[in-house]
Ligand binder design. Structure first.
Ligand code: C5P
Length: 210
């Protein structure tokens, strides 16, 4: 039995108390991965941004808002875990200035200055202990497999799941499961639960050693 941390859903980066940057990630893929991992008897912690879905009750759930909070919580959980699956779609940018008061319209438009947020998968990939593993996701629209393999190397992942843009906010997904070194293990498509079961099967076969 392994202890697996799964990041899931979007994050939010606030501009002021009521406005924020985000994306349309639903958290469904993270939820299905958690279900598939629990079915195999693994212990699961989900670190999730704001979503409207119910996660499996048997998983430990940590709710966060920003990418920085997701990184901090995931790092803490990963210390006592065997592996990480990065299924979240964290915001890649955060406003440099966050206003304490609601920004008022001035009639002159508004220019935003943004900073890159930390990359959770890359940070944990770079700091993993021997025996720990990290699985990332890649969503590309061209040179899909090549770019996924480059991303896997750049983020020190042991496996990468290359998925299609149609996966966002959909019931289904179509993926390629690629092992470090670039070996294509499997192409899987269908419901997110079916695809998650295939991903967990490959993780179990190639990354979980105990
Ligand atoms: O670079 P890109 O966003 O395409 O990489 C996707 C992978 O990186 C996913 O596994 C996603 O969860 C992870 N990621 C992350 N932290 C970020 C951005 C992406 O962990 N700030």
């Amino acid at each position: 039995m392994a202890t697996i941390v799964i990041t899931s859903g979007p994050t939010r980066q606030y501009l002021d108390p009521v406005r924020y940057l985000t994306n349309s990630s639903s958290g469904q893929m993270g939820s299905c991965l958690a279900e598939a991992a629990l079915e195999l008897g693994h212990r699961v912690t989900i670190v999730s941004g704001p979503v409207n879905i119910d996660y499996p009750a048997a998983a430990e759930l940590i709710r966060v808002t920003t990418t920085r909070e997701m990184l901090d919580a995931t790092q803490q959980c990963f210390e006592r875990a065997d592996g990480l699956i990065g299924a979240a779609a964290p915001c890649d940018y955060m406003p440099i200035n966050v206003s304490n008061q609601k920004l008022s319209k001035t009639g002159n438009g508004l220019q935003l200055s943004l900073l890159e947020t930390p990359d959770i998968v890359a940070t944990l990939g770079a700091s993993k202990r021997p025996g720990q593993w990290v699985v990332g996701f890649a969503l590309e629209t061209e040179d899909v497999r090549f770019r996924a393999i480059v991303k896997m190397t750049k983020k020190s992942c042991d496996m990468i799941i290359s998925n299609s843009a149609e996966a966002m906010n959909s019931q289904d997904n179509s993926v390629e499961i690629i092992l470090h070194g670039g070996r294509l293990l499997e192409q899987a498509q269908g419901s997110k639960l079916h695809v998650s079961r295939r991903i967990l099967y490959q993780i179990q076969s190639h990354l979980i050693t105990t």
